[in-house]
Ligand binder design. Structure first.
Ligand code: CP
Ligand code: NVA
Length: 311
């Protein structure tokens, strides 16, 4: 039995047990089904407000959270960090204290992960990480939902492979989601691009599944059910572009690489994709790709999260 999740933050997904994570995902499926059956508004969060603070650009996260709040009967407020007093030096602590007197939940996309931790520490209401340099938990909720939707609920039976930058925020959250759900993740990345030590620490503490690193991408994707990649240059890493492209070049997801996976393997990407870099058009537009369903599921998974944690 899952007890109430009301008031819980969502910064890394380790706030939730395996049972709770499964419950959030099951709720996502139910909300999606009801939405597709024509129930456009499910009034669970009437009169509730979500503040959305963005330090970086966003297409999916912004729109899926805003529509999710509206479809739950609530309201979302878009706030660029540049237009808040934060830009003039008001502290994160004071901003959190004030904002959380007005709204019922805060979602923030920040450069450094410590900022979202500080926001949560001083907020009276639940704080949701909408991407930091280290984690992207909402993406991973949608990813777990999509994997289950396409390949069945038994995640522990699947071979899930991430090819590319092993220090990527999306990979870190996928690793924690799969690990908490009891599954196994294979990471194929070059030396020097391994998961961040703080994420490995969380994994060892909270995951019941495991992960392995296989440097050879062709070996890594053998018998894979899921092949996942993300950009080689994340927001905030622009200065490292040249080195990253050079080092990650052998990890491009090509048709040849996909042919090494199971014939019915799916290809996933959090988007936005840098076509021609980490993935070629023939894969992202090809028979393997589930990226549009994956993007769509962001809204359904976040609706479940919001409905369950906002008081
Ligand atoms: N996947 C994702 O978070 O996309 P946006 O940067 O467009 O929000
Ligand atoms: N790793 C990417 C994900 C974008 C959704 C970034 O941080 O830019």
């Amino acid at each position: 039995m899952v007890t109430s999740l009301k008031g819980r933050h969502c910064l890394t997904l380790t706030e939730f047990t395996r049972e709770e994570l499964n419950f959030i995902i099951e709720t996502s499926f139910q909300l999606k089904q009801r939405y597709l059956a024509g129930e456009r508004v499910i009034p669970i969060l009437i009169g509730r407000h979500l503040a959305m603070i963005f330090e970086k650009p966003s297409t999916r996260t912004r729109i899926s959270f805003e529509t999710a709040m509206r479809e739950l009967g609530g309201n979302a407020i878009y706030l660029s960090s540049q237009e808040l007093q934060l830009a003039r030096g008001e502290t994160i602590e004071d901003t959190a204290r004030v904002i959380s007197r007005y709204v019922d939940g805060v979602m923030a996309r920040v450069f450094e992960h410590w900022k979202i931790e500080k926001l949560a520490m001083y907020s009276r209401v639940p704080v949701i990480n909408g991407l930091s340099d280290l984690h992207h938990p909402c993406q991973a909720l949608s990813d777990a939902m999509t994997i289950m939707e396409k390949k069945g609920r038994n995640i522990e039976k699947l071979k899930i492979v991430f090819v590319g930058d092993g220090g990527d925020n999306v990979l870190h959250s996928l690793m924690l989601a799969v690990g908490i759900l009891g599954g196994k993740l294979t990471i194929s990345s070059p030396p020097g691009y391994d998961p961040h030590p703080s994420v490995i620490k969380l994994f060892n503490e909270y995951a019941t599944g495991n992960y392995e690193i296989e440097r050879d991408p062709y070996k890594a994707v053998e018998k894979a059910d899921v092949v996942y990649t993300d950009v080689w240059v994340s927001m905030g890493q622009e200065k490292e572009r040249e080195r990253r492209i050079r080092d990650l070049e052998p990890y491009r997801v090509t048709v040849d690489l996909m042919k090494n996976a199971k014939p019915d393997a799916i290809f996933m990407h959090c988007l936005p994709a840098k076509r021609g870099e980490e993935v070629v058009d023939e894969v992202i537009d090809g028979k393997w790709s589930v990226v549009w369903d994956q993007a769509e599921n962001r809204k359904h998974a976040q609706k479940a999260l919001l409905a369950l944690i906002i008081p």
